[in-house]
Design a protein around this ligand. Structure first.
Ligand code: PMP
Length: 396
C-alpha cells in the first residue's frame, strides 16, 4: 500500500506560513495567507464572538450529536444574512457545513450526482481550491479569462462569451464579492446583465460568498447573490463564516441550493445531507452556535456588525494609503486599481521570480501569483513595501 503515491505539490499559500515563521528578519511582512490582521498584526477574536462563547459555555448542557444538516436555527439566520428577508426563501434550502470549503465540497458533490456531465466554468484566476475540489469529483472545469489585462477589472465580455458558449445545465462558478485573488468584482449593472444571460442560456450560477462584509458592506456585498436568487430558477451558493465572524478555525459555513420549486429544493437538500453523511457525518457545532447566538441577539449582532465594519474600513484605508504611496513613488496612476478592488486581496502584477526576490531580499511574503493580502500591511510598513516592489520591478 501507498507505494503508488507520490508527494503532492505543497499548497502554495499554506507552504509560506512555516517559512515566514522561521524568518528572523525584523522587518518581515506577511501578505500571504488570507486572514484579516489588525494594526498589531493579530487576527482578533470579535468581541461578540467572545461574549457568545462565554454564554455558550455557561448555558450549554449537552454536546450530543446535532445531525448531518447541522443546526436548523443557524441555517435560517444565515439564509436571511445572505439572501435578506425578501429573497425567494421558500425555494432556498441550506445545510451547515465545515467552513466555506466544506460547502463547496458538498455542492460539487451534488453537481457530480445530479449533472455529472456538466461543464463548470471557472474564472481564471480563482481560489486554487476551486479547481482541486471540482476535479476531485471528476467534474470538467473550463476556465475563462476573468481579468481585463489592460484595466485589471473583471472582463465582462469574456464572461459573456464563456456563458454563451456553454450548454444549458452547465454551471458557472462566481465569486459573490471580493474576488480571490484579484479583488476585481462585477458592478451591479454587470450582475444584472449576467442574470439575464443566465436565464437566457440556462447556465446555472454557483456562487462562492466567502467575504461578505469585507468589500462594500454586508448588504452591498450580497447584491450579486440576491439579484441572481430573484432572477434565475436554480442556483448553488457556498457561504463562509470564517472571515466575517473571524472564526476561521471553527469551520463554519453553509451550502445553499435554490430550486425551481420548493419540492426540488428540498430534494436537493436531502441529497446534500447524504453527501455530508458520507463525507464527515456532521459539521462541527461550536462555530455555528457562536454565529446563531450573535445573530439572534440585537446587541451582539449590532456590535458584530460594527466591528466588521471597522475591519472593512481599515482595509479601505490601507488600500488608499498604498495606492497613494505607489502614486508618489511611480509618478503614475498605475496602481490606482488598488482603490477600486474589493476585500483583502489584490494582485500586484509581479512575476513569480520578482515574488521570490521580494521574499529573499526584503522579507516580504506574498503568493507566487502576486496576490497580496492588504490587511497584512501595517501603515508604517507601506513605504518600505512600495520601495521594495518598485526596486524589484525596476531591476528585473
Ligand atoms: N472561497 C474562497 C474564495 C476563499 O478564499 C476561501 C478561504 N480562503 C474559502 C472559500 C474557504 O473558506 P473556509 O475557510 O470557510 O473554508
Amino acid at each position: 500500500m501507498f507505494h503508488s503515491l507520490s508527494m503532492p505539490e505543497p499548497d502554495k499559500i499554506l507552504a509560506l506560513m512555516p517559512i515566514f515563521r522561521r524568518d528572523e528578519r525584523p522587518n518581515k511582512i506577511d501578505l500571504g495567507v488570507g486572514v484579516y490582521r489588525d494594526a498589531s498584526g493579530i487576527t482578533p477574536v470579535f468581541r461578540a464572538v467572545t461574549e457568545a462563547e462565554s454564554r455558550i459555555l455557561a448555558e450549554q448542557t449537552t454536546k450530543t450529536y446535532v445531525g448531518p444538516a447541522g443546526d436548523q436555527l443557524f441555517c435560517e439566520l444565515m439564509t436571511k444574512l445572505v439572501f435578506s428577508d425578501h429573497g425567494p426563501l421558500e425555494r432556498i434550502s441550506a445545510i451547515q457545513t465545515p467552513g466555506g470549503a466544506g460547502a463547496l465540497t458538498v455542492l460539487c458533490g451534488l453537481i457530480a450526482k445530479t449533472a455529472p456531465n456538466a461543464t463548470v466554468l471557472v474564472p481564471d484566476p480563482s481560489w486554487v481550491n476551486h479547481l482541486s475540489i471540482l476535479e476531485d469529483f471528476g467534474l470538467t472545469a473550463q476556465r475563462w479569462s476573468y481579468l481585463d489585462k489592460a484595466t485589471g477589472a473583471a472582463d465582462f465580455e469574456a464572461m459573456r462569451r464563456a456563458v454563451l458558449s456553454a450548454r444549458a445545465g452547465d454551471v458557472i462558478l462566481l465569486h459573490g464579492c471580493c474576488h480571490n485573488p484579484s479583488g476585481a468584482d462585477l458592478t451591479r449593472e454587470q450582475w444584472r446583465d449576467l442574470g439575464s444571460l443566465l436565464v437566457e442560456t440556462g447556465v446555472v450560477p454557483f456562487v462562492d460568498l466567502a467575504y461578505q462584509g469585507f468589500g462594500d458592506g454586508l448588504e452591498d456585498d450580497a447584491f450579486g447573490v440576491r439579484h441572481l436568487a430573484a432572477t434565475v430558477p436554480n442556483m448553488l451558493v457556498a457561504s463562509s463564516c470564517s472571515k466575517n465572524f473571524g472564526i476561521y478555525r471553527e469551520r463554519t459555513g453553509v451550502a445553499f441550493v435554490l430550486g425551481r420549486t420548493q419540492e426540488l429544493s428540498k430534494i436537493a437538500q436531502a441529497n446534500m445531507v447524504v453527501r455530508a453523511r458520507i463525507g464527515y457525518s456532521m459539521p462541527p457545532d461550536h462555530g455555528a452556535r457562536i454565529v446563531s447566538t450573535i445573530l439572534q441577539d440585537d446587541h451582539l449582532a449590532s456590535d458584530w456588525r460594527s466591528e466588521l465594519e471597522e475591519m472593512r474600513s481599515t482595509i479601505v484605508g490601507l488600500r488608499q494609503a498604498l495606492a497613494q504611496a505607489f502614486r508618489l513613488r511611480s509618478q503614475s496612476e498605475r496602481y490606482d486599481f488598488l482603490i477600486g478592488n474589493k476585500g483583502m486581496f489584490s494582485q500586484l502584477g509581479v512575476m513569480p521570480q520578482q515574488v521570490e526576490r521580494l521574499r529573499s531580499e526584503f522579507a516580504i511574503y506574498m503568493v507566487e501569483d502576486g496576490r497580496i493580502n492588504i490587511a497584512g500591511l501595517h501603515p508604517d510598513k507601506i513605504a518600505h513595501f512600495v520601495d521594495a516592489v518598485t526596486h524589484v520591478i525596476r531591476s528585473s
